[in-house]
Design a protein around this ligand. Structure first.
Ligand code: GTP
Ligand code: SPV
Ligand code: MN
Length: 618
């Protein structure tokens, strides 16, 4: 192979950056030869201000107020792409229902071909990162080095992960780091969404190598987050038999009156409220007594501590949050985290090229009245819209903000503690317009895991005549599964089973609607804390609830309703079970679970127990 002029200089560049790990150097050299960039640069978070200035000068980002930035992605590159996402290994038994398994050798050859020469004329940034607090018991699974040919991706990684060469230099095993290669590709000629689609987002899980080609947005491009933090981590957790890596938020609740502190982790499918919940302010009436601490909003790694409790931590260092509907009422904490001076980056929201303001749907009830200077997320002038275009959103529905954890006002003071925090409760929640009550608690581990495996979010199945059926999203991990569902369930049972002091499980639903006029029965957002408080009191034995076939429900007087304005009939519905709808659901669940070979017998037993209890109900 002919070596580009840069290759001779690679060693000097790595020396200059203090990157001493010989295995990392070998990896950088190898991929530099494949992708053929013009130059190479090693990144540390200390370089962020300079890189921001370079990106501003190059027009890759735009100023969006003091210490705030704006970026746009290519208009066909705005979200994760499940059908182009693949988990590859050398062992066909790793093939599951949702992981899109392919043979590792085939994928490596394909991706190497796509990436060959594809960074010509660009800089290849080397981003050494850590997806854990230094000193964490899971630190060895958290080390990675991303290569990217996109400066905006570097700026995002600087906010979302701990970035510095020091994280990869003195590894106990210098070869044990995730190799995460990102090549943007020619975004305008990738055939996104057509049969000729050239994008591939591959995690070669048994080689701890990530190869993403054809995007510069979100989890497709920031490889520490979804590809490493979820797909690779859940595979590592399973293959080592030691931890769980899940799409979970993680929060703490402190009762100032009693001094008690609880921690709750929970899985909600994408765009179902994890960020909102973890940033929750208590309702005004409870604000003097309770405080919510933010630990994480998208990923939790969980393991069994020496004291027999389940511990959890957020491997990320920032928030990549949904912009839509973020406002003073729904999430004041998020607004604080993206205020002037936070160095936050907005992507695909609307932008005013004269005033440098940003706007997105739900930020204010109405869009800005004066259209002067406003551009939609594609960069088109709002004032030039035709009458037919008038109703189109200004921002993309998946537009996001990126900000570091330190900017979140309720960030826990101990969020960086290497030991993590003990988890008292695990909750699952989807968007469910009927059937699911506000909260139902589950004390049996197999039944709790079963509940996670049958988590669903509303989909458009109604159109296909399957009214009431959900798009099942087991543990909210469907798009991130890296190994088969049967072993996944068994691994969950093993990890929680090893705890001598087990967390309580619960299913929550903030999205139940009135059958007639469709209004949300529960006010949601800050009020959600009331359900979590009840769950923690149940765990502590301070309330007992009422048994139902699908778990323990709060009674009206157990739920703290101080200062809450709610229609009594709505509350009745929120705290009751629609047995007929549940019986119908059992049939759907059976078909869902039957897809997964090797599902542990305990899960089927839990399913049959719930089904039998429903049959006995009047
Ligand atoms: P990802 O980052 O995609 O994984 O999503 P997420 O789970 O963090 O979702 P997020 O918190 O950003 O919530 C997305 C949407 O849910 C927003 O439109 C919120 O306004 C809405 N939402 C969150 N909590 C509630 C609630 O309690 N009630 C209602 N009705 N809507 C809510
Ligand atoms: C999600 O889609 O669930 C996200 C955003 O959290 S991304 O990182 O792009 O996957
Ligand atoms: Mn997510």
């Amino acid at each position: 192979m002919t070596k580009g002029p840069f290759v001779a200089e690679v060693d000097a560049i790595l020396d200059g950056a203090g990157l001493t790990n010989a295995k990392v150097r070998e990896y950088v050299r190898y991929w530099a030869e494949v992708t053929g960039p013009e130059s190479i640069e090693v990144v540390s978070v200390a370089d962020d201000a300079r890189l921001v200035q370079e990106a501003l000068d190059a027009g890759e980002i735009l100023p969006a107020g003091e210490g705030l930035y704006y970026s746009r992605s290519y208009y066909k590159d705005t979200a994760r792409s499940e059908e182009r996402t693949i988990v590859a290994t050398s062992n066909e038994s790793d093939k599951g229902v949702y992981n899109n398994w392919r043979p590792a050798a085939e994928m490596k050859e394909l991706l190497t071909g796509l990436m060959r020469g594809a960074s010509a004329g660009k800089t290849m940034y080397v981003i050494p990162y850590l997806m854990a607090a230094p000193g964490s018991p899971l630190e060895k699974y958290a080390v990675g080095v991303q290569l990217t040919d996109n400066r905006s991706v570097v700026l995002h990684m600087n906010r979302m992960a701990r970035v510095s060469p020091e994280h990869v230099n003195n590894l106990a095993d210098p070869d044990h780091f995730v190799r995460a290669v990102h090549v943007t590709g020619d975004l305008e000629n990738l055939g996104q969404g057509t049969p000729q689609d050239k994008r591939y987002f591959v995690t070669v899980a048994d080689e701890r190598t990530i190869l993403h080609f054809g995007s510069s947005y979100g989890g497709n491009a920031l490889l520490g987050k979804i590809a490493h933090g979820l797909r690779q981590a859940s595979y590592d957790g399973w293959s080592s038999g030691t931890f769980l890596g899940e799409q979970f938020m993680l929060l703490g609740i402190t009762d100032r009156q009693t001094g008690k502190k609880w921690h709750i982790a929970g899985g909600f499918p994408s765009a179902s409220g994890k960020t909102n919940l973890a940033m929750t302010l208590p309702p005004d009436a409870l604000g003097d007594r309770y405080h919510v601490d933010f630990y994480g909003d998208d990923i939790a790694w969980m393991w069994v501590g020496e004291d027999g409790r389940l511990y959890g931590m957020n491997p990320e260092f920032g928030v990549f949050g949904v912009a839509k509907d973020t406002n003073e009422k729904t999430n004041p904490g998020a607004l604080d985290a993206i205020k002037p001076g936070t160095r936050a980056i907005f992507t695909n929201v609307a932008y005013n090229e004269k005033t440098h303001e940003t706007w997105f749907e739900g930020r204010t009830p109405q869009p800005p009245a004066d259209l002067d200077g406003w551009l939609d997320w594609k960069g088109n002038r709002i004032a030039d819209r035709t009458p037919e275009q008038a109703g189109e959103p200004w921002a993309h529905p998946n537009s996001r903000f990126t900000t570091t954890l330190a900017n979140v006002p309720n960030i826990a003071t101990d969020f960086d503690k290497p030991a993590g925090v003990p988890i008292d409760g695990i909750i699952f929640g989807g968007r469910t317009r009927d059937r699911e009550p506000l909260i139902r608690a589950i004390t049996d581990v197999a039944e709790g895991v079963y509940d996670g495996l049958t988590l669903g979010a509303e989909a458009t199945f109604a159109a296909d005549g399957l009214d009431g059926q959900l798009r099942y999203d087991l543990m909210s991990m469907r798009p991130f599964m890296s190994y088969p569902e049967g072993p996944y369930a068994a691994h969950w049972l093993k990890i929680i089973g090893e705890c001598t002091d087990q967390p309580i499980f619960a299913h929550v639903n903030w999205f139940q609607r009135d059958a007639e006029d469709g209004h949300f029965l529960w006010p949601g957002y800050r009020e959600n804390l009331r359900a979590l408080l009840w769950l923690m009191q149940l765990r502590d034995g301070d309330v007992s609830g009422v048994a139902s076939p699908v778990g323990i429900l709060p009674t009206k007087d157990e739920l703290n309703l101080d200062g809450l304005d709610i229609v009594p009939a709505d509350l009745d519905t929120l705290l009751s079970i629609d047995v007929d709808r549940w019986k119908q659901e059992i049939g759907f669940r059976e078909a869902h679970l039957a897809q997964f070979p090797g599902l542990p017998e305990e899960i089927w037993t839990a399913h049959r127990r719930v089904a039998a209890a429903l049959e006995e109900e009047e």
